[in-house]
Every structure is written in C-alpha cells, then in structure tokens.
Design a binder for this molecule. Structure first.
Ligand code: UDP
Length: 310
C-alpha cells in the first residue's frame, strides 16, 4: 500500500514510517518541521515533502490523483507537547481544523482509508477513571490547553462529518501519553525533560507536588495499535495507551533506577489546567483490535535512555 503520513518527521510519525516501510508499504511524508525533524527520517527510503497540511493549494498540487495514488492517509500532523502547542495556539487550531479537512479531502480524492490521531486530551480534566471512549470529557474551552484539546475535538467531528457525508473509511484513535526514541530532547514533556535532566545532572523538575498521574505507553506498542486500527474496518474512536497509571513522583524513581543516576528533585508550579489523573480504558482496543501494550515502563525507559544518550 502507499500511505501518506502527515507529521511523519515527528516523534510518533518517524516510528510509524519505519514500521510501515518494514512491512513493505510505500510511504510519502508531509511535515512542516515545526516540531518534526528531517533527520528523524532522512535515512529512510520514502518521499518527503516539506509543507503544511493547512496549505490546500500545496496539498492539491502535490497529491493530485492524476500524479500519485494513496491507499491510506494517516494524519499525525500536530504539535503535541504543551509548550509547543501553546507557543503556536492559532496554528495548532488551524492544523486541527483546516489541516484535518485538507487531509480528509486527499483521502476522499483517492478513496483511501483515513486515520486521525486524536488524543486523551479531549477528556480534559476527567471525572471518570479510567477514561472510556463513551466519556465525553471535561475540557476548559478557554484554558491554556484549549488550543490543542479543541483542535482535536474538532478534528474528530470533521472526520465523522466526512465519513457520514462522503462515505469514506475513517478511523479515530485517541492516543494517551507516549514515549520512546525520536522524542525531541527539548520538547518539554516529562519523558524528555527527566532523561535530559538525568543526562546533564540537573534536578528533575516536578510540576506541582507530583501526585498527578499519567499512563505511559512505549512507542512501539502504540505504533502496533495504529497499524491494527488502520488495517481494520473500525471507525472508533478507540483509546490507545498503556493502562499502568503512575504518579509523576513515582516516575522520578523509575528514571533514577533506569539511568543509574541519583538525581536531585526540584518542584515548580503546576501549569494551569494540568489534568490530575489520566488512564485509558483499553477494553475496546483489546476486543476489537486484539491490541494491548506489552512493554513494561522500565524496559521502555531503558530503550529511551539509550536513545537519549546517543
Ligand atoms: N511534568 C513535570 N515536569 C516536567 C514536565 C512535565 O512534572 O518537567 C508534569 C506535567 O505537569 C504533567 C505530567 O508531567 O502533569 C505530564 O506532562 P507532559 O507535558 O509530558 O504531558 P501532558 O500529559 O501534560 O500533556
């Protein structure tokens, strides 16, 4: 199959491209390199276009069915780290809205299967634990995360509208916290900051008191879920994540064990609207896709640490 991967030079995109190529698919990537890096994929035999999915003229020109045929469109293009999307709030909202529509237009023109990577952030500050797909969320529409949360909520609605209006085959996945090789060391997320801080011998920065929880999924497991969803006929939305919930304070222990470096810890203010708890219910992915993550946090962190050191 020939797959268009938007955001293919980013963290998850670079891992996904490798998996697609490994199984024999042909890959075209479009990425504006805002958070992606060309070097993440420059060793791969794929076609790369530097450009923005919000640029409809570019998309129509480069991806005209007269020039190329796609069997699938996997839309990963969007900054996903809070500091990155907060630095470009308007662009993030346009990526989720205009950009999503443009990528859906490509899927429509090619009669291709379409997958959109939504997020656990659409649950906002959840009041249901663990979060099931039926839970409708608790998002602050004008808060410091609203540009990302609402962009992704809109992209789910737009994807649904295209499926209903044009009958294209669509898939919505909601990705929970993911980590692994090809994360950008400066992206500001907790599993980039902590290994980075351990590497340079600076204190691990806990925001708030560290009692907030997350559930971290190793990227290889996540990519397996993306492919399983893409290969199925399921429409979703389906949660993809690791249901092992830990506090950020506990994460500092894991990082120190894995790196073998005792670290100092310092506390910084908790950013606004930082979710208190987050943990996926993955029963649906398990039942419909026979998918579940396998990598224990310690093993995944070890691989990530090795990558950071390199
Ligand atoms: N966090 C932290 N120290 C850091 C970076 C993040 O304590 O150096 C916290 C952050 O406040 C949040 C959690 O770790 O509660 C996960 O943050 P991240 O930015 O990785 O992703 P989020 O799930 O918030 O989008």
């Amino acid at each position: 199959m020939h797959i268009l991967v938007t955001g293919g030079a980013g963290f998850i995109g670079a891992n996904l491209c490798r998996a697609l190529l490994k199984r024999g698919d042909e890959v075209t990537v479009i990425d504006n390199l805002y958070t992606g890096k060309r070097e993440n994929i420059e060793d791969l035999p794929l076609r790369f276009i530097e450009g923005d999915i919000c640029d409809r003229a570019l998309m129509q020109q480069k991806f005209s069915p007269d020039l190329v045929h796609f069997d699938g469109v996997m839309n990963l293009a969007c900054p996903a780290s809070p500091p990155a999307y907060q630095a470009q709030p308007i662009e993030t909202l346009l990526t989720g809205s205009v950009g999503t529509a443009n990528t859906l237009e490509v899927a429509r023109a090619h009669k291709a299967r379409y997958l959109i990577t939504s997020t656990s952030e659409i649950y906002g500050e959840p009041t249901v634990h663990p979060q099931t797909e039926e839970y409708r969320g608790n998002v602050n529409t004008v808060g410091p995360r609203s540009m990302y949360d609402e962009a992704k909520r809109f992209s789910e609605a737009m994807t649904t509208a295209y499926a209903e209006t044009y009958g294209i085959s669509t898939a919505i996945v909601r990705i929970f916290n993911t980590y692994g090789p090809f994360m950008q060391p400066d992206d500001g997320r907790v599993i980039t900051n902590f290994p980075n801080q351990a590497l340079y011998g600076t204190p691990l920065t806990i925001y708030g008191d560290g009692s907030q929880t997350r559930s971290f999924c190793y990227v290889d497991d996540l990519v397996g879920g993306l492919l399983a969803m893409f290969d199925s006929a399921e429409r979703g939305p389906i949660n993809l994540g690791n249901p092992q919930e830990i506090t950020i304070r506990e994460l500092t222990d894991f990082v120190q064990t894995v790196t073998g470096r005792p670290c100092q810890i310092c506390f910084k203010p908790l950013p606004g609207d930082d979710p208190t708890r987050r943990c996926p219910d993955i029963a649906k992915a398990n039942k419909l896709l026979q998918w579940q993550p396998h990598t224990p946090l310690k093993d995944g962190l070890t691989a990530t640490w090795e990558w950071f050191q390199r």
